[in-house]
Each structure stands twice: as C-alpha cells, then as structure tokens.
Write a protein that binds this ligand. Structure first.
Ligand SMILES: *Cc1c(COP(=O)(O)O)cnc(C)c1O
Length: 358
C-alpha cells in the first residue's frame, strides 16, 4: 500500500523533470580579455529560481528510495533559504507538509516563496542553531530531517545523468575552448563543487575546480589547514554560501584551488555584472564571478588562452532588501567602491589582483 504511494511520488518527480528544460549557458562579452572566455551557467531559471532545484529533486528521490519519506511524512530542512524554497515546491508536488528551519536574518523574499509553496518557516537566532533545531523538530513531530548539508554530495548522481557538470560540459562542446581551464563555484553545502569535481576526474578532463569562499566561513581555512573542527561564530553575509562549520558535503579532495573573496568584492561584482547583462543576480554569483575574473587576469598575464565557467546561482530580485539596498550595504558590508574601481580598471587594462579595501 505504502509502496504504491512511493511509486507514485517518484513518478510525479520524474514527470516534473520530463517537463523541465535545461538551464542556459551564457557567454559574457569581455573585450578586455584576449582569447579568454567566461561563461555563466544560469541556474536562476529553474522553476524555483536557483540551483537548489536540482538538489531538492535529488534529495527527495534519495529519501523516497531509502524509505525515509512515506505518505504523510513531515519534511524538515535546515536552510538559509534557497533549498527550502525548492524543497517546499517538491513537498507540495507530493502533498507533504514541509517546515524550513532558518536564521531569522533570511531574506524576506525567500520566506514569502517558501510560504507561497505551502511550507512553514521556523526561525532561530543564529545560523549555527539550525542543525540541532531541525533534528529536535523531526524527533518531536516524527518527521524526516532532510539534512542537505550531509546528503547533498551523495544524493546527486556525480558520474552524469544530466547533473550540472554533465550539462555544462555538453553545452561547451561547440565553443572555441570546449574544455574549460577552470570551473569556479562557491560552497554552501559543497554539493555542487563535489559533483563538478568528481565529474571532471571521472571523465578524465583537464579542467581544474576553483572554490571561492566568502568571509565568515570555514571552508577556506579547512582547505588550507585540514582542520575539520574549526567553526566561526558569525553567519555569512553572502546568502547561500559560507558556513560556520565544515559541512560533510564539502569534499576538499576534488578541489584544485581555493580563493577567499571579500564580501565587498562580491557586491561590487553583482553591480558590475548587472551593467553587462542587464539583470540582477544573487550575491554568491558575485563571489563566483570575482573569482573567475581573478583567474582570467592570471591567465592573461601568463599569456594563456582558454575558457572559464562559473554559475549564476539565483536571481537578484530575492535580495532587493539586502544586497541591492544601500542601507543594508552600509550597515553590513561597508564601502565596496574599492572593488568597483578594480573592476573598472580591469576593463581598461585586463589586470585584476586581490587587494584588501583600505
Ligand atoms: C546553495 C547555494 C550555493 C552553493 O551551492 P552548494 O551546492 O550548496 O555548495 C550558492 N549560491 C546559492 C544562492 C545557493 O543557494
């Protein structure tokens, strides 16, 4: 009896996937780079507006096949917002109750979207509290804690099967440099980086994976020191990425290089990108692109040619009250003009180096 519900649930997710289109790979027009092409995989166009649409689909399928979700199971998730928006969508598709446990600082727009899909939001003061609170809720309600931070890396098919890496590399096929020199990604769960990194190894490609970490996050320090017990007590200001603890889905062995990108540089970069493509993007896209531009500048300096691929993770409309609000910027980030000037200088000279704001 229950098996038939599970079968129908899997059918519904597969049919939803069948109706879906792939996301675009956008080539940037950057005349100041000679023979270096930068591409953005635009994950903002999924039905639920971010790359977490892929993750939510995988997590639901994984939990259904493991027997963790059955008819009527309440699904609980710890999330800074985007995952919860996408999971609320799939919970509604399956007729399941959904509760997101999130920091109270989460962007209003994301809260509205979770509620739009029929999910409930449960707030904690600090982003480090979301894990324990999710476990507690799941126990009390007899629900299932999805736990994206643990399962992101293993719920996704890393060898192919239309995963994001598969899609990027096939969309690159007719480009001047079809195998990117670098793929650049910022870690939240670390799942996307793990999928891309493993795919590159498995396909024996020459591409390297660069992971870009924001401030108030431990991934960079973990990568450079190997110490998995470090934590930081401030939450990341770049929503979706940067974590206060080393997440189990972050796999350092697949990462070739890491860069710590200042938050002010991420904000400068989304404003710079808006002038280039006429669209607002989320702040983690700024982190990604600033990292990609640093690598492009290094390649240019070394006389190298090739391509770099990074991601638009979500749209900027979600952040009108934060990253695109001058008051929020003044209070949380401070002045980012230093980095805007650096980007303008790159347009003139092709050079960009990571220097701190003075
Ligand atoms: C989750 C997320 C990321 C990071 O992706 P992971 O696969 O979790 O590492 C980046 N940007 C946004 C907006 C996200 O929601």
């Amino acid at each position: 009896m229950d098996a038939s519900w599970v079968n129908q649930a899997i059918d519904k997710i597969e049919a939803d996937f069948q109706r879906s289109a792939d996301t675009h790979l956008i080539k940037l027009e950057l005349p100041f780079l000679n023979g270096i092409d930068i591409y953005l995989k635009d994950e903002s166009t999924h039905p639920t507006g971010s790359l977490k649409h892929r993750l939510a689909r995988s997590l639901f399928l994984y939990a259904l096949c493991n027997g963790w979700i059955k008819e009527g199971t309440t699904v609980i998730e710890s999330s800074s917002g985007s995952t919860a928006v996408s999971e609320a969508y799939f919970a509604r598709l399956l007729g399941l109750p959904f509760i997101a446990v999130m920091p109270k600082s989460t962007a209003k727009r994301k809260i509205q979207q979770i509620e739009f899909y029929g999910g409930k939001c449960h707030f904690v003061d600090h982003s480090s509290e979301i894990y324990a609170e999710s476990e507690r809720l799941a126990k009390t309600l007899g629900g299932h804690y999805m736990d994206q931070f643990t399962y992101a890396e293993r719920a996704t098919d890393w060898r192919g099967n239309n995963n994001i890496a598969n899609s990027i590399f096939s969309q690159m096929q007719r480009e001047p440099f079809p195998t990117p020199e670098w793929v650049v990604m910022s870690p939240g769960t670390g799942g996307t980086s793990a999928t891309i990194g493993r795919y590159i190894r498995y396909q024996r490609l020459s591409s390297k994976l660069c992971v870009v970490d924001p401030e108030n996050s431990v991934f960079y320090d973990y990568y450079t020191t190997g110490n998995a017990t470090i934590s930081c007590n401030k939450g990341s200001r770049i929503e979706g990425i940067g974590r206060p603890r080393v997440e189990p889905s972050f796999i350092p062995g697949v990462v070739d290089h890491m860069i710590k990108v200042p938050d002010a540089a991420s904000i400068a970069t989304i404003n710079w990108l808006e002038k280039l493509i006429g669209r607002k993007t989320g702040p983690s896209t700024g982190t990604n692109l600033f990292g990609a531009l640093l690598l492009a500048a290094e390649m240019q300096k070394a006389g190298q040619q090739g391509s770099i691929v990074t991601l638009i993770c979500d749209p900027g409309e979600r952040y009108l009250d934060t990253c695109y609000n001058p008051d929020w910027i003044a209070a949380k980030i401070g002045c980012y003009r230093h980095y805007s000037e650096q980007l303008e200088q790159m347009e003139r000279t092709g050079a960009l180096t990571l220097t701190q704001c003075s």
